[in-house]
Design a protein around this ligand. Structure first.
Ligand code: AGP
Length: 579
């Protein structure tokens, strides 16, 4: 949830750390801080966003340091609770992403032994524990402390008088960058791209010492070598490139993302576990869950395989993991609940497949097989192009397993998204921007799209929005319909059309403003709509892709009209690495 960044090299560390944290800010943005080593450790912390308040921090001297941008879990976002945290003598500094579950007991013990605490965070126990173990070898002290920590962590530690920065991870991501006479460490690869394309993904349990002399990694006391990987994302991809927001840039990248994911997958073999399976269970969270839910309809229709879709956060409460094959879907590959669901599947000896966007992410190490989407780095908190890329992966799999049943439509997918991007949504935005509450409805594969439309709307505009299966609306939510409650209805042609058409008329009869997505000339759909948004001609795949882009754009333009912080909505973070 938080972003951590460390630098050790020949240049002034503070400005490099600050730039690194800016690239990680999408992971958490309520407060930030740096600790830089010169004669001693200088710490600077601030409440708020790093992009708005870090200019004076760049002057701090020193060539090695660590930084943190926070998404608060323990203690409110303020200067005291911001990282880095220090020991009693201000000579050991720690930044941490994750949660120390047993911190309360450790804190009591440390207090009883005379340690003074300055924050309400779980993290602060770590520098105090290291203080008790530190006798000049920082890596040894960290290694002695880690077995006492329950929970998850990616840690960076520096100590006065030590020429090394120590990195450690357990169930939270941490990547090492190999620079030119410099070592870097970060929560993900995006801030490393400016410095290097060579990275090492640490494994759970690894402890790395980083210094200008190089990198040494130990695992359970033994020195180990981890592969150096080349990142194929470019620096341009992590910049806004003239767009007002990352979200808009990422929405406009979707035609290319869809095509490139398709192209890349054509070159890959379908894993045997997929060809031979008698059933699949898909597990995911948020937008990735909606992608999985949508694909269930296609898997069952075209492949004749039973498919079950579960929220990863609920999966642990089921006694049986369901179908033969468990598929974890996660853009980041680091979502804690999805990882836990994959672990549970492994415990039951089920074969596992990961669908992810991030090479080297934790999910790739948990799964038997991985299929990569080619969305490129997604910076905006709202997932857009990764949703399209997830659909691309599933559409491709369904097509291959069903002997090319979707091939023709898939070749036109990028055109459908491109057409959707040309639509003028201003009338629909005018209806939405004044709403307190709204609904998105659909049937079949358009029901998960309704869920996704509502999720996008609520997360970036803060308008209360509910996604509903259109058939469920009469079972309760109808009571909420009024002229102040717009409804977005996804109503493409197909076998659900007649009943959707009736549902729209029923809602309209309650005075509800209806924003309808459909194909022009289908019955008198346009006449019964308050705002009609045309979908391109074509089959169901085109309608799905165009509808996805349109609900994203509707949320985006409504958020802009309301003056919201589109890329970093309140209370959220891109990567949810705690359960
Ligand atoms: C949606 O816009 C969110 N970013 C969120 O729902 C996200 O899809 C969810 O947290 C899952 O993330 P993942 O795909 O990285 O696992």
């Amino acid at each position: 949830m938080c972003g951590i960044f460390g630098y050790c090299g020949q240049r002034r560390a503070a400005p490099i750390i600050i730039e690194g944290l800016k690239r990680l800010e999408y992971r958490g943005y309520d407060s930030f801080g740096i600790a830089v080593m010169d004669q001693g450790i200088t710490v600077r912390k601030k409440q708020g966003k790093i992009s708005l308040g870090a200019s004076d921090l760049s002057r701090v001297k020193g060539k090695m340091g660590i930084g943190h941008t926070r998404w608060a879990t323990h203690g409110e976002p303020n200067n005291q609770n911001a990282h880095p945290h220090l020991d009693c003598h201000d000579s050991i500094a720690v930044v941490h992403n994750g949660i120390i579950e047993n911190y309360a007991g450790l804190k009591r013990e440390l207090q009883a032994r005379g340690h003074g605490f300055r924050s309400e965070t779980d993290t602060e126990v770590i520098p105090h524990l290291i203080e008790e173990e530190f006798k000049g070898d920082l890596a040894a002290a960290v290694s002695a402390v880690l077995p006492r920590l329950e929970g998850s962590y990616a840690l960076l530690v520096i100590a006065t008088g030590c020429g090394e920065m120590v990195a450690a991870r357990k169930r939270s991501p941490l990547v090492i960058g190999i620079g030119d006479r410099a070592c870097l460490a970060a929560s993900d690869v995006t801030p490393l791209l400016e410095h290097t394309e060579r990275v090492i993904y640490l494994e759970d349990g690894d402890i790395a010492s980083l210094s200008t002399g190089g990198i040494e990694i130990r695992h359970q006391g033994t020195r180990v070598k981890r592969p150096v990987q080349k990142i194929d994302w470019s620096l341009a991809e992590v910049k806004k490139g003239g767009f007002a927001h990352y979200m808009l840039k990422e929405i406009y990248e979707q035609p290319e993302v869809f095509s490139s994911t398709m192209r890349a997958l054509k070159e890959e073999e379908i894993p045997d576990i997929l060809q031979d399976t008698g059933g699949v269970t898909l597990v995911a969270c948020g937008t990735s869950y909606h992608a999985a839910l949508l694909c269930r309809y296609l898997i069952e229709e075209h492949c004749g395989i039973p498919a079950r879709v579960e929220l990863a956060s609920e999966f642990k409460y089921f006694t049986s993991p369901g179908g033969d094959l468990v598929v974890g879907v996660s853009q980041s590959g680091e979502t804690a609940d999805t990882l836990a669901a994959m672990q549970k599947a492994r415990m039951f000896s089920h074969p596992t497949l990961a669908v992810t966007n991030v090479l080297g992410s934790t999910i790739t190490r948990l799964a038997d097989h991985t299929l990569f989407m080619r969305a490129g780095p997604e910076i905006s908190v709202a997932a857009t192009k990764s949703f399209i890329a997830e659909l691309a992966v599933f559409f491709h799999l369904v097509d291959r397993l069903a002997g090319g049943a979707l091939e023709h439509s898939l070749g036109r997918g990028h055109l459908a998204i491109g057409e959707a991007l040309l639509q003028d949504l201003s009338q629909a935005v005018d209806l939405c921007r004044n709403a307190q509450s709204m609904f998105f409805v659909g049937r079949g594969p358009f029901y998960p799209l309704a869920l996704e439309g509502a999720l996008k709307m609520k997360e970036i505009t803060y308008i209360h929005a509910e996604g509903y299966a259109a058939g469920e609306i009469k079972h309760g939510p109808f009571a909420l319909l009024s002229p102040e409650t717009p409804v977005v209805a996804l109503c493409p042609p197909g076998h659900a059309f007649p009943v959707m058409f009736s549902n729209i008329k029923e809602m309209k009869a309650r005075g509800t403003p209806m924003i309808v997505l459909g194909v022009q000339g289908t019955q008198d759909l346009e006449e019964i709509s308050d705002v009609f948004i045309p979908l391109p001609d074509g089959g169901i795949i085109s309608h799905i892709l165009a509808s996805a882009a349109l609900v994203q754009l509707l949320a985006y333009h409504t958020a802009v009209a309301l003056g919201r912080d589109v890329d970093q909505p309140r209370n959220l973070a891109k990567s949810v690495t705690v359960e």
